[in-house]
Write a protein that binds this ligand. Structure first.
Ligand code: ASP
Length: 342
């Protein structure tokens, strides 16, 4: 069994200099010294560090594409892939990869850590070793146990496009509020197979890395001003907007807001409703204060995360630059298990 570990950066790829206290990138020798188990099991592990290793605050959509193409070029040589990434924007990158890698039959598992590798109490070792073990796991027919893009952290494997970073301090840094963990690691690793997406037998990997980042997020709050809303929605280049609304998808009922949104939709901009609540779904029309959004042509994001919604929007806008109707249709349809549309 062969696993490729792709290093993009983040705390998990850093070591602390004892003298200066500063963090600097770890090389293969450092991993060999601190995680010798990684190279001592029956699973053969290769490490591929990107140059340079970066803090995930600096990740751009180009890096999403670079990860996708790295997996594509190495797809036949490896049984599975583990991507080491900073935790701050991991949910965005992992979500984007779930839309870029289509027809996946092998595991692609993102992980990272809250403490650098080499620190005595670091969570790096446990996260990395278990991610590698899951990436290599096969069923009795020799198929990957989790042929999805997923994210492993603190004993839980989540579907990547359902995750959000929830904690800047605790080892359990990620949560999947609207979908249960697809595997759990205790003494044994238990795979919750009914929750995992399995590809068709004849599926083959297709990679799409185009995107259009002319998008914005507009978060409502009591007292939001018309000039601010107008400034965002009238941005000339705008192609898509995520509205972060209240509760089950509600917004202030002021007429000026309705007019601003209606004009935006009429200009051909795709506007999607995402609740500010972590758990639960958008249900436009349930309260009077969301009827205006429905009337203005706003689409429902159901129970999707902002990370998945934004990345999906960017990728679809890149894929269908001249077909707004197609993008609209696909925005309301789950493409990689990212939402439960009811
Ligand atoms: N700032 C770091 C990053 O996201 C934090 C981490 O890796 O946990 O790259």
């Amino acid at each position: 069994m062969k696993i490729l570990v792709i290093l993009t950066g983040g705390t998990i790829t850093m070591v602390r200099n004892e003298k200066t206290g500063a963090l600097h990138p770890a090389d293969k020798e450092t991993f060999q010294a601190f995680v010798p188990e990684l190279f001592a099991s029956s699973i053969e592990v290769d490490m591929l560090p990107f140059e340079p290793l970066i803090d995930s605050s600096d990740v751009s959509p180009e890096l999403w594409g670079k990860i996708a193409h790295t997996i594509e070029h190495n797809y036949d040589q490896y049984d599975g892939f583990v991507v080491l990434h900073g935790t701050d924007t991991m949910a965005y990158t992992a979500s984007a990869l779930s839309f870029m890698l289509r027809g996946l039959k092998k595991a692609v598992i993102f992980t990272g850590s809250q403490l650098p590798v080499g620190v005595l109490r670091s969570d790096a070792k446990e996260n990395l070793l278990t991610a590698v073990e899951i990436a290599a796991a096969k069923d009795e027919k020799g198929n990957s146990m989790v042929p999805e893009v997923s994210l492993f952290f603190e004993a839980k494997l989540f579907r990547a496009n359902r995750t959000t970073k929830k904690n800047a301090e605790h080892f359990a840094a990620f949560e999947s509020y609207n979908y249960p963990a697809i595997a759990k690691a205790g003494v044994h690793i238990s795979y919750r197979t009914p929750l995992i997406i399995y590809p068709r037998q004849d599926a083959h990997l297709e990679v799409f890395t185009g995107y259009d980042n002319r998008v914005a997020v507009l978060k409502f709050f009591p007292g939001i001003r018309q000039d601010v809303v107008h400034a965002i929605l009238s941005t000339p280049s705008l192609r898509g907007v995520v509205l972060e609304t209240y509760g089950s998808g509600n917004a202030p009922s002021a007429n000026w807001l309705y007019e601003e949104i209606r004009n935006t939709v009429e200009r051909g901009v795709i506007v999607v409703n995402k609740t500010q609540c972590s758990t639960g779904s958008v249900e436009m029309g349930r309260y009077e204060v969301s009827i205006n959004l429905l009337k203005a042509g706003v689409l429902s994001g159901y129970d999707i995360t902002t990370e998945a919604l934004l990345t999906k929007m960017m990728i679809l806008l890149g894929e269908y630059p001249n077909d707004t109707e197609r993008v609209k249709q696909l925005m309301e349809r789950p493409l990689a298990g990212e939402m439960t549309a009811v």
